[in-house]
Design a protein around this ligand. Structure first.
Ligand SMILES: *Cc1c(COP(=O)(O)O)cnc(C)c1O
Length: 412
């Protein structure tokens, strides 16, 4: 068990964690088939060598500004805040990033790394298709080939994202064995990578997987927290009392949190509680999980009786993953970040609230963070909370309208 830590213990944290083998306390590491060890080692060494070079940094900065449209703004939700009382809610608008979500932050970083490493191709799997679209975008920008492995069942369910990936020039490879969903797609992408790693790199979609991905993706996403801290301070002259972000694999949240770990700011990671706390009804991995190893890293996860990843569910397909990035497990154990939950119902209410009071339709994933901020605002009735709005909700409006209507008579 980790000793409890306060913000004062985090001044030099990002230099010390992860360790050179990719550990955050007991969590992280790289648990790989021997055949893949050299491939991940190559990525790790290349990243360490390249990430501090002036050329890499200045190129990434230029891309963020000219292609992605960064910095994304911080926005004060005055109407919603006033409806709820005296606590002020602010949003970091990652929904205004090119392609409509934070995922492009790390996909552009991974693409640039592939380019610097002289690779011709990037390989990944995708479930709901969000990671696939962001990566296909990066591949088109850099002129890289892009193979996206996707279960046949998911291909049928996520037709608009499949069309986008193809339009962007990616090859969508259907995976036809087993349940034909994300788990099988991960296996297929790993198999392909094993055979192609001389010419290709594998790109993970969150702060997950074997070292160095939790480190790399965190570094690329930390632009959210760095910008948000500076922008909030410029707007208000102080720091927020709290920050919050939704946690699926944990990338938008780690990006946001990394800017505030060493500040006297309370930090909340919001997990999806789906239909409730029953087995298979949610994907609140930190809140209900136990330590274990899956997908090549050690973290906290939801398991079935056999110790395999448990079935998970959330209204937000970007959040239904049975584990969390290893850094979150560490921040949880040392008490620096508190992990809370929001149900489907609460997320949908927040979806309507932000749409109707602020003119912003949020992704259902991001709605979980907004739901918690609304709860926080009511309870505290003073101070401020800054929320990472990880993505826009265009992809979700048809689903919400079909199942919940237009929210004409929703109540705060
Ligand atoms: C994928 C996704 C998430 C969840 O991923 P994290 O790695 O936890 O950030 C959250 N919000 C949106 C909009 C997404 O597309």
């Amino acid at each position: 068990m980790e000793a409890k830590k306060t913000y004062k213990d985090f001044l030099t944290y990002s230099k010390e964690f992860p360790t050179k083998d990719g550990y955050f306390g007991a969590y992280g590491g790289a648990f790989l088939p021997p055949k893949l060890e050299p491939a991940f080692k190559e990525i790790s060494e290349a990243y360490q060598a390249i990430c501090h070079s002036a050329k890499f940094i200045s190129e990434l900065r230029r891309i963020r500004k000219e292609f992605q449209g960064r910095p994304t703004p911080v926005y004060h939700c005055e109407r919603l805040s006033n409806k709820l009382g005296n606590c002020q809610i602010y949003l970091k608008r990652e929904d205004l990033n090119h392609t409509g979500a934070h995922k492009l932050n790390h996909c552009m970083g991974e693409g640039l790394l592939a380019k610097f490493m002289g690779k011709k191709k990037i390989i990944a799997e995708t479930g709901a298709g969000q990671h696939g679209v962001a990566l296909a975008t990066a591949a088109a920008y850099f002129g890289l080939e892009c193979d996206i492995y996707m279960g046949e069942v998911d291909i049928a369910k996520q037709a608009p994202n499949v069309t986008r990936m193809k339009m962007l020039g990616a090859r969508v490879v259907p995976v036809t064995h087993g349940l034909k969903t994300l788990k099988e797609a991960v296996d297929a992408a790993f198999d392909a990578y094993m055979n192609e790693y001389n010419d290709a790199i594998y790109c993970i979609g969150s702060v997950l997987g074997p070292h160095p991905f939790p480190l790399m993706v965190r570094d690329f996403q930390s632009v959210i927290g760095v910008e948000a801290r500076e922008q909030f301070f410029e707007m208000t002259g102080i720091l927020p009392d709290a920050v919050a972000a939704c946690v699926g694999g944990g990338s938008n949240s780690i990006g946001m949190f990394s800017g505030f770990l060493a500040d006297p700011v309370d930090i909340y990671g919001v997990e999806p509680l789906g239909k409730g706390s029953g087995y298979g009804d949610h994907a609140a991995s930190m809140s209900y999980g136990t330590p274990g190893i899956m997908h090549g890293f050690n973290s906290i996860m939801l398991k079935d009786d056999a110790g395999d990843p448990a079935p998970v569910y959330s209204i937000a397909s970007g959040l239904d993953y049975p584990s969390v990035g290893p850094e979150h497990a560490y921040l949880h154990d040392c008490g620096r970040v508190q992990y809370v939950t929001a149900t489907d119902e609460e997320a949908v209410k927040a979806f309507f609230a932000l749409s109707k009071y602020e003119g912003i339709i949020p992704a259902l994933e991001s709605s979980h963070a907004v739901a918690y901020a609304m709860k926080y605002a009511k309870e505290h009735n003073t101070g401020s909370i800054l929320v990472c709005l990880s993505g826009r909700g265009d992809k979700d409006v048809d689903y919400v309208a079909e199942h919940y209507g237009y929210g004409e008579d929703f109540e705060l």
